[in-house]
Design a protein around this ligand. Structure first.
Ligand SMILES: CC(C)(COP(=O)(O)OP(=O)(O)OC[C@H]1O[C@@H](n2cnc3c(N)ncnc32)[C@H](O)[C@@H]1OP(=O)(O)O)[C@@H](O)C(=O)NCCC(=O)NCCS
Length: 167
């Protein structure tokens, strides 16, 4: 099956929610876990539509048939003195790890960031998420600090690495 990369559309809402629910059970590296993403398809569609209408934000999906196997988001700050910066998030289903999908999504997000005139991009990765940290470094991100006890998961605290890319 051919893997397709494109911007998310409102009618991806159900498939995107399936993706989010699945990654939430597959990894503890995200800001949400398996019980923390209970929203309706309609609400997810509105969320996607907000990205589609706003030229400064981007939501990409990677599809294998009807399945959303990966998702990449660039979300720009709204406050005037911050809106030269944005945050990045990326998720790939575990069965698809190590096949270059994360890299391709990052390439597409970088093209968008450069063309939209962003000055800087950031993300926070769990300090032991070596896969995500390596992926980001490949694209020029630098570690700029450690945020102690950034995540609280099942009562345990985990540090976050703050990563930043300057364009
Ligand atoms: C992090 C994630 C997006 C990577 O996606 P992916 O599709 O597996 O990425 P790729 O196959 O393109 O590999 C990208 C890079 O990851 C790194 N990588 C791959 N396998 C690795 C491993 N076993 N250990 C450490 N780094 C590894 C390498 O730098 C690789 O680049 P290279 O192949 O040029 O050396 C994916 O694992 C994921 O969704 N994880 C769960 C969610 C998550 O952690 N998101 C990021 C939150 S900050």
């Amino acid at each position: 099956m051919e893997i397709i990369y494109r911007e998310a559309r409102e009618d991806d809402a159900a498939a995107l929610l399936d993706h989010v629910h699945k990654v939430a059970t597959e990894t503890d590296n995200l800001s949400f876990g398996k019980d923390s993403f209970n929203i309706s398809v309609e609400k997810e569609a509105r969320f996607i539509s907000r990205f589609a209408k706003n030229p400064y934000d981007l939501m990409l999906v990677t599809l294998d048939g009807d399945t959303v196997v990966a998702n990449g988001i660039i979300e720009r700050e709204r406050v005037l003195r911050y809106n030269h910066r944005a945050t990045l998030s990326i998720t790939v289903l575990r069965d698809y790890w190590g096949q270059g999908i994360g890299t391709r999504l990052m390439e597409l997000m970088m093209v968008f960031c450069k063309s939209s005139g962003l000055k800087t991009l950031s993300l926070e990765a769990r300090a032991d998420n070596t896969r995500a940290i390596s992926l980001c470094k490949k694209f020029g991100f630098e570690e700029i600090g450690i945020y102690r006890s950034f995540f609280k998961i099942d009562g345990n605290y985990y540090d976050g690495i703050l990563m930043q890319l300057i364009f």
